[in-house]
Design a protein around this ligand. Structure first.
Ligand code: DX5
Ligand code: ZN
Length: 218
């Protein structure tokens, strides 16, 4: 199959030294940036001004994961500052189809995330509006949590729905992805993998990225 993509999450990086932390993940396919508002999830991270500085600080594509309310209002702002891919949560969007179209019209990849307990079936008819579907494999909010095995059947169902459609969109998983779990997620049909602690707790993060990619390829 296609080469799996590894997107390190900087959530567990040193936030006082983000530019040098980005330099440690050369060879990654994109940088996964977790934006949290302390309303949609019980944690607070960074917002537009810091993401704008990150955009200027790296050549890697930015994969923005918005864990914020009022996604319809905020997601386009991230496309506007040049983020290559913008992921909103289905649970936080008033009009996900309109929002996905708006992101594409702005030149960004449109992506939608589902929390572990949100079924994929209500959204299968709108998959054609998306460049990526993110299935959370932990409850969003924090790095370093355990991978939820119970999401595996949903990954398989999403894979089938994407293949039925012609297989154009990426299927991303996020949460608890490590050397211990990535093969199961890949086998279920994921092709794009977010890894936070597994990359940034490694002695050599770039090497950890390469090792995860190799494992996911099977
Ligand atoms: C959690 C975030 C994840 C997190 C992943 O809400 O969306 O991107 O950083 O961290 P790990 O890989 O440690 O589970
Ligand atoms: Zn994330």
């Amino acid at each position: 199959g296609p080469v799996p993509c590894i997107h390190p999450s900087i959530l567990n990086a040193d936030f006082a030294n983000l530019a040098s932390e980005l330099a440690r993940i050369e060879g990654a396919d994109a940088v996964h940036v977790d934006v949290m508002d302390n309303h949609f999830v019980p944690n607070l991270t960074i917002g537009l001004p810091v993401v704008e500085s990150l955009r200027a600080a790296t050549a890697l594509p930015l994969d923005i994961h918005l864990m914020i309310e009022e996604a319809d209002v905020w997601a386009p702002r991230y496309a506007e500052i040049g983020c290559e891919s913008v992921t909103f949560h289905a649970e936080a969007a008033q009009a996900p189809i309109r929002l996905a179209r708006e992101l594409r019209a702005q030149g960004a990849k449109s992506a939608m995330a589902l929390k572990p307990a949100t079924p994929v079936e209500p959204y299968t008819d709108m998959l054609g509006e998306l460049d990526m579907l993110l299935l959370m494999t932990v409850e969003p909010g924090f790095g370093g949590q355990r991978f939820l095995e119970l999401v595996l059947p949903k990954i398989r169902r999403a894979r089938r729905a994407i293949d039925d459609l012609g297989g154009q969109l990426a299927l991303q998983v996020d949460g608890g992805i490590s050397a211990e779990t990535i093969e199961r997620a890949a086998e279920a049909g994921a092709d794009t993998f977010v890894a936070g602690s597994a990359v940034y707790s490694a002695h050599d993060p770039a090497q950890a990225v390469a090792a995860l990619r190799e494992q996911a390829a099977g």
